[in-house]
Design a protein around this ligand. Structure first.
Ligand SMILES: [Zn+2]
Length: 449
C-alpha cells in the first residue's frame, strides 16, 4: 500500500477527524460489536452495489439474490470471488452509475505479470487511509505532527529530483530520503540527516530500510535512535527485522495492504499483526473453516471486500496473497478485538514454473529458514536455470548454503539447475518503484503463472 502524504490529497480535515474518531472507538469494540459494525457497513455497500453498479446488479439477478439475502457476513459467500482478470475486463461495469458523486480518482497498479489494473477510489478514501495510518502509527506512539523520515523513490523519480538526496517537508514533519540514491557511501549522510531532522520514526520498504541498516552496520555505525520503524509493501524477513531493530534501537511495526485499499493489517505493541476489520473485510481459507469459494488454485488466495468505496466497490476481490489467521478465539494482550494474523505468505503471483510443469509459489519463503540471509532474490534465468542472489552475513556458512540449496531443490524438483551467488544489496534488481522483486523472470511470457 502506498500512501502519499501530499497536502492536497488529504485536505479533508473534517472527514479525517470523522474517521479518526470512529477508528479510535472501534478498535476497542468487543468481537461482537466489531462483527455488527462490519455487517452494517457490508450491507450498506452491497445495497449500493446492487442499485448502482451494473456488474453487481446483473450478478445478483443471475444468482436470484437481493441485498436482503446478505443477513450475515458469511452470506457474502453466495457471491463468487472476483478475480483480478475479471475486475480488469469489467472495470466499466464495476463503476457505479453515480460515481461522480464520490469525486473519485483513477488509480493504477501493476502486478508481477505486468498486467495493469485501473480502479476508482472515492475522494474520501484518502481521509480513510489517513485515519488508518494515523491509528496504526499511533500504536507505536506516533502523534500527529511528530517528525518522521521516509525512504521513498516515488517523490524522487520526478523530473529534476533524481539526484536530490533528501527533502524536508515542514508542514507534515516528514523528511523524504531518496531510496534511489541510497548506497554504502550515502548511508552515513542519510543517518545524519535523519538525526538532524530529529525524526522519531522511519518508514520504508523492508528491503530499503534493511539496506540502510546493513550499510551502517558495515561502516561500524549505529543508526539514529528512533521510537519505531514502519515497514510496508514487501514481505518482512525475520533477519531484516533483527537487523533494523538492532540498528535503530527500536521495534519494527510491519504492515500489509494493497493499492485497492481493501484490507489493512498492521502490528500492535504486543508484536501481533491485526486485521483492521473496521476498515475492510478479509476472507481466508482457514478463518472459520469455510473456504472462500475458490478451487483449483495451486495456493489459496485470500479475498478482500471494500467497506467504504462507492465509485467502484470490489466484493470478494482476490488479493493474490495468502494470509493465515490465528485461532478465531485468540485475544491479543493489547486488548483490541481485531483478528490476529499468524502469517502472510506473500504474493501468489510470484510463482515460477519448472520445466517438468510444477508451479512453485512463494519460493522466497525458504530464505526465512536459512541462517544468515538478510535478503535475496530468485532469478529465473532460463526455463531450466535458476539463480539466487543473496545478501548474507558471516552466519551464512557453507553448511547454511548447502541447506539453502537442499530447500530450493525440494521445492523446484530435479529439472532445474540452481546457482547461488552472494551479492551486495545494490546488486539486487528493484522495480521502478524501488520495491525489491523477490522473483525476476527472464523466461519468455509465462502467461497464467
Ligand atoms: Zn494486539
Amino acid at each position: 500500500m502506498s500512501v502519499h502524504w501530499t497536502v492536497g490529497g488529504f485536505l479533508q480535515p473534517t472527514k479525517i477527524l470523522k474517521y479518526r474518531r470512529l477508528f479510535a472507538r472501534t478498535q476497542w469494540y468487543s468481537r461482537e460489536e466489531l462483527a455488527a459494525f462490519q455487517l452494517s457497513r457490508l450491507q450498506a455497500i452491497v445495497d449500493h452495489a446492487y442499485h448502482h453498479v451494473p456488474y453487481y446488479r446483473d450478478l445478483f439477478r443471475s444468482l436470484k439474490l437481493t441485498p436482503a439475502d446478505i443477513r450475515q457476513v458469511r452470506d457474502l459467500q453466495k457471491l463468487p470471488p472476483l478475480s483480478k482478470a475479471t475486475a480488469r475486463r469489467e472495470s466499466r461495469r464495476l463503476t457505479a452509475d453515480n460515481a461522480s458523486r464520490f469525486r473519485p480518482a483513477l488509480h493504477r497498479t501493476s502486478g508481477s505479470t505486468g498486467a495493469t489494473h485501473e480502479f476508482l477510489l472515492d475522494r474520501e478514501a484518502n481521509a480513510l487511509e489517513f485515519a488508518y495510518y494515523w491509528r496504526y502509527w499511533n500504536w507505536a506512539g506516533y502523534r500527529l505532527g511528530d517528525r518522521f523520515a521516509e525512504l521513498s523513490s516515488v517523490f524522487f523519480s520526478r523530473e529534476g529530483f533524481q539526484h536530490t538526496p533528501y527533502v524536508a517537508q515542514p508542514i507534515t514533519g516528514r523528511l523524504l530520503l531518496n531510496s534511489l540514491s541510497l548506497t554504502r557511501q550515502s548511508a552515513v549522510a542519510y543517518a545524519a540527516a535523519i538525526g538532524r531532522h530529529r525524526a522519531r520514526f522511519l518508514k520504508g520498504l523492508p528491503s530499503v530500510v534493511g539496506a540502510l541498516a546493513r550499510f551502517l552496520r558495515d561502516m561500524g555505525q549505529d543508526g539514529p535512535r528512533l521510537q519505531a520503524v514502519f515497514t510496508t509493501g514487501e514481505l518482512l524477513l525475520p533477519s531484516q527485522r533483527v537487523l533494523i531493530e538492532g540498528c535503530f534501537g527500536c521495534p519494527v511495526y510491519d504492515s500489509y495492504g494493497q493499492m485497492e485499499r481493501l484490507v489493512a493489517i498492521s502490528e500492535c505493541p504486543e508484536r501481533r499483526m491485526h486485521v483492521h476489520s473496521d476498515y475492510g473485510l478479509l476472507e481466508c481459507d482457514d478463518s472459520d473453516g469455510s473456504a472462500p469459494g475458490r478451487t483449483g488454485s495451486p495456493q489459496p488466495t485470500c479475498l478482500g471486500t471494500s467497506l467504504y468505496n462507492h465509485s467502484m466497490p470490489l466484493l470478494r476481490y482476490e488479493l493474490g496473497d495468502c494470509i493465515e489467521l490465528d485461532e478465531p478465539g485468540l485475544r491479543c494482550a493489547c486488548g483490541r478485538g481485531f483478528p490476529v494474523v499468524r502469517a502472510i505468505r506473500g504474493r501468489v503471483g510470484t510463482s515460477l514454473m519448472t520445466p517438468d510443469g510444477r508451479v512453485v509459489p512463494t519460493l522466497f519463503l525458504v530464505l526465512r529458514d536459512v541462517v544468515g540471509i538478510e535478503t535475496g532474490q530468485f532469478i529465473h534465468e532460463a526455463a531450466d536455470r535458476l539463480s539466487l542472489r543473496v545478501v548474507a552475513s558471516e552466519a551464512f556458512t557453507a553448511t547454511e548454503q548447502a541447506r539453502l540449496l537442499t530447500l530450493v531443490r525440494w521445492h523446484v524438483g530435479p529439472s532445474m539447475s540452481i546457482e547461488v551467488a552472494r551479492v551486495r544489496p545494490e546488486d539486487l534488481i528493484v522495480e521502478p518503484s524501488g520495491k525489491l522483486q523477490m522473483i525476476v523472470s527472464r523466461v519468455e511470457a509465462r502467461e497464467g503463472v
